[in-house]
Write a protein that binds this ligand. Sequence first.
Ligand SMILES: NC(=O)c1ccc[n+]([C@@H]2O[C@H](COP(=O)([O-])OP(=O)(O)OC[C@H]3O[C@@H](n4cnc5c(N)ncnc54)[C@H](OP(=O)(O)O)[C@@H]3O)[C@@H](O)[C@H]2O)c1
Length: 216
Amino acid sequence: MKETILLFGGNSFLAKAFNEKYGELYTIENVYRNDKTQEFNFDFENDNIESITDKLKSRYNAILFFQGMNPSLGAKDITAGHFIKMLKINLVTPALLIKNLVSQLNKGSLILFVSSVAKKKGSYDPAYASAKAGLAGLMHSLSNVYSEFRFNIISLGLIENSPVFNNMTPNFRKKHADRMFNNSFIKADDVITAVAELITNKSISRTDIEIDGGYM
Ligand SMILES: NC(=O)c1ccc[n+]([C@@H]2O[C@H](COP(=O)([O-])OP(=O)(O)OC[C@H]3O[C@@H](n4cnc5c(N)ncnc54)[C@H](OP(=O)(O)O)[C@@H]3O)[C@@H](O)[C@H]2O)c1
């Protein structure tokens, strides 16, 4: 029988790549923010946790948190609302979802958070960098309590052709490329291949894997 993967952020660039490559291998339950054509919808900012967890009935081998809010407000324009929204989408709601879903996870399941190179270099949007850095504390805290599961993080450099990449000026993209191996951007396929390895490889737990071309 196929393993079942629960994937939040079903419409994200990474989710599309993951579904395309691994949709045959796994049963993937995608959760979208607001797509009326789909079975599962959930807004990390506004919806009650039970509005989605009451609908999710399967047993899972992994939860992938691919949802995310891209950097959008600089330090001088910062607002409480923006900062809180960023933390809610990246940290608060994932923590609450996990609390409600642990009883449906098989032993050894992967819970994967997606962080960013911003956690070490900063971002023009402090809320984004703070939320991504905060994932490490979340991973370790939940690992202490739910020791039968494998919490992991992947921290990504700029992914070629992703929405955040497409919205950048060539100059800004070059700033990223100049600091990565071979002056290349991160390939979505390299990211999702690592995700598949993390689902399978039961020796990898409680780690933060940097897929960022050695960004320095
Ligand atoms: N792309 C990169 O270069 C890069 C680099 C470092 C880290 N990351 C991280 O990697 C993850 C995936 O990146 P990506 O480029 O594949 O993302 P993406 O294509 O920009 O998609 C982000 C997804 O998050 C969903 N989302 C936003 N707000 C939400 C909310 N309130 N509730 C539920 N879902 C919400 C969006 O839903 P809609 O489709 O409805 O808008 C979208 O599907 C994100 O966490 C991102 O921060 C990406």
